[in-house]
Design a protein around this ligand. Structure first.
Ligand code: COA
Ligand code: NAP
Length: 274
């Protein structure tokens, strides 16, 4: 894949899966911008992008929950890079928590980051997207279509993200902007996987449930993003693409229950079951 001459913005691109995506576009020769809350993580990522071969690497710290800061950030990226060819929106927060044990603000925090953050980023990038030829990729999660215990907040938020993908494919495809979701399964060595499967036993149970027999890698997800952003995918818009080793085909049963069991076992003695 050759992305030289292309511009790529990865929001939430300073660690884990999204940073892997940003580095893959850098290796393919793109000019890449990243954003997240931590200036230190932004600075560290810029160095890595330069080392990976990015034509240009820039970044800015902002919180996707603040639409004014997101607008300023995306306008600055466009001023520095030119029109945006590829936008990856992947900032997210997750923690396992049963609904009965979670404050309303805890639920809202995840909705604000994952769902509202997505629309803030997309609306801020929209004026600057290449048309025709722009490609937007929302990073979703299996929780968007599979219910998991301890994940009601993430399930609600990511389901919304995928419906933004599908709805905006109707509104923006006619202008030449494609939009798709990529759904990582359990990806090794990431914060998301550590939070949901925090022990070796839990991770092994996850691995046994994955038909392809291994956790995913950051490159597995990045490769799907390169494909969707490339000229090989110019007729693909509005799709939800799982990169999960066929895990989705098993449903969420055992894994969702494992998270619920883990949380119930951690409750102080005497608290009600439910
Ligand atoms: N269980 C229950 N509630 C929790 C919780 C947990 N494990 N962690 C946080 N909360 C609640 C807090 O108590 C707070 O609610 P309250 O005001 O009613 O007490 C609310 O969530 C917000 O927490 P806060 O720590 O102020 O949020 P933040 O904006 O600083 O951080 C998070 C956002 C909580 C999502 C944090 O985990 C984060 O920054 N995550 C980013 C990294 C990540 O999640 N990676 C995996 C991506 S899949
Ligand atoms: P991660 O390393 O924690 O990545 C999250 C990124 O988002 C970080 O760069 C973080 O940086 C940024 N971020 C978080 N909150 C933000 C906010 N409010 N504003 C701006 N940036 C924010 O997690 P990950 O596990 O790699 O997950 C990456 C994506 O993949 C997420 O969308 C997640 O839902 C999805 N996913 C992951 C898995 C998995 O197995 N890991 C599975 C399915 C889906 P700062 O802390 O600097 O803000």
């Amino acid at each position: 894949m050759d992305f030289s001459g292309k511009t790529v913005v990865v929001v939430g691109g300073t660690s884990g899966i999204n940073r892997g995506i940003a580095e893959s576009f850098a290796r393919a020769g793109a000019a890449v911008a990243v954003a997240s809350r931590s200036q230190a993580k932004v600075d560290d990522t810029i160095v890595a992008l330069q080392e990976a071969g990015a034509a240009k690497a820039i970044g800015r710290a902002f919180d996707v929950r603040d639409p004014a800061l997101v607008s300023d950030g995306l306008a600055w990226f466009a001023a520095e890079l030119g029109t945006i060819d590829v936008l990856v929106s992947g900032a997210a927060g997750n923690f396992p928590a049963l609904a009965a044990d979670m404050s309303v603000n805890a639920f809202k925090t995840v909705v604000d980051i994952d769902l509202m953050g997505t629309i803030h980023v997309l609306k801020a990038a929209y004026p600057f997207m290449s048309r025709p030829g722009g490609s937007i990729i929302n990073i979703s999660a299996p929780q968007a279509f599979l219910p998991y215990e301890g994940q009601a907040h993430v399930c609600a938020a990511k389901a919304g993200v995928d419906m933004i993908t599908r709805s905006l494919s109707l509104e923006w495809s006619p202008e030449g902007i494609r939009i798709n979701s990529v759904v990582p399964g359990y990806i090794e060595d990431t914060e998301g996987a550590r939070r949901l499967a925090p022990t070796q036993d839990a991770l092994e149970m996850v691995r046994r449930n994955i038909p392809l027999g291994r956790l995913g890698t950051k490159d597995d997800v990045a490769n799907a993003c390169l494909f969707l952003a490339s000229d090989l995918a110019t007729y693909i818009s509005g799709q939800i693409l799982s990169v999960d080793g066929a895990l989705y085909q098993r449903g969420s049963g055992q894994l969702g229950q494992m998270i619920g069991d883990m949380l119930r076992a951690a409750r102080p003695a005497g608290e009600i079951e439910g």
